[in-house]
Design a protein around this ligand. Sequence first.
Ligand code: NAP
Length: 414
Amino acid sequence: MSKRLDVLIFGATGYTGQYVVEEMARKAKQFRFKWGVAGRTANKLKQSLEEASNVTGIENLASNIDMIIANVTNQQSLVDMCGHTKVLLNCVGPYRHYGEPVVQACLQARTHYIDICGEPQFLETIQLQYDGQAKENEIAIVGSCGFDSLVADLGVEMIRQECETNNIDIALIESFFVINYSTPSVSRGVIHFATWESAVYGLSQAYRLQSIRRKLFPQKLPYANYKMKSKSFTKTTVNGKSFWTIPFIGSDKSVVQRSQYFNYTVLNKKPIRFLPYFQLSSFTAVVKVIFYGLIFSLFTKFKLGMRLLLQFPRFFSAGLVTTEGPTRHDCEQASFKMTFVTHTENKQKLIHEFAGMDPGYIGTSKLSIACAIMLLQESDRLPTKGGVFTPATAFGRTSLMKFLETEGFSFTKK
Ligand SMILES: NC(=O)c1ccc[n+]([C@@H]2O[C@H](COP(=O)([O-])OP(=O)(O)OC[C@H]3O[C@@H](n4cnc5c(N)ncnc54)[C@H](OP(=O)(O)O)[C@@H]3O)[C@@H](O)[C@H]2O)c1
């Protein structure tokens, strides 16, 4: 095990992989980690490292950093790749297409696994199928360690721990997420195509989730009696600020629910109901989201519709999704805020805020590398030696939040 690298980034040549490589280069210098990059084309890996040298100012990465060739279509290459490292950070997506063989290879090579997946079906299937084997092999498989869905999951866990310490009984938590772009226009959109592709396939197959969940959650959770109706397209006021809300359809709810199930069934903690929302500034924005959302949802129902969505992402997303991905400048100008409103059993409200830089790419690279660091330095704080975990169940007892606060994120009580 000792001859292994500390972290290997698979999918280092991708749009997001590039940001992850750059962040890894910075952190490796700070923590003296041994690290490497992996992908299916040597030339592209070299380019990625050269670009990382240009951006970070760390010289000669292309000649100093290990490059490993592996292809998802060749299982032995994946097992060999995993055998080179203690932690594999997998940036090859959509995960529904490419993820499972990589998880299998990690289990075979006894390598910890982290990904930045935001696809509930993949994340839940992996837990259902591989949790037992991961426990047996004492290997941690931790999905969704990017913005989706670490921020929501860790935020809820931090609030749960704070309330537990102060004997406050939580009924439910709502989250309101907003991204700010300080540039007047985002010429290359704000989302890279692979995330759109994951969403198109995800929605088209959403009907499969029910049967997975029946197996994954055999026990009914004793949530609080206090309930709230989901807010769809309504105006809300939090801390004196009014905005429009729509339900957030990413993986946050699925991931937080898995954490709550674990908390209840393994740790005997009361589960928390979670309602995530997207925050919009104007009624015009709401109308636009409804319009494009309806088309998106309708088109994922038939093959030609899916083909059109995948071929013309910019058109069907009002310019938000592009195959080139957002410019570095636009990413650097972006920031996010996730406001958590906690409703207690005695009808009080607590407000917390998780904030940081561009969530999609700069933020995701920092979050996923931080998780890799936790696996390397604080694996003794995992709830069990191995298993398939959510970010909160894996890292809730580590110093992850404190570490993120040194990295430009903040988590504050309002
Ligand atoms: N959680 C979050 O908040 C978050 C944020 C950002 C991205 N993501 C997710 O991260 C994933 C990657 O996104 P992206 O924008 O970086 O996508 P991308 O630019 O298309 O990158 C895909 C990567 O996968 C590699 N790849 C594809 N097929 C492969 C194969 N058969 N064998 C080995 N490698 C293969 C590509 O290698 P080549 O260069 O050789 O083609 C590339 O490195 C997506 O699933 C996206 O949804 C999540």
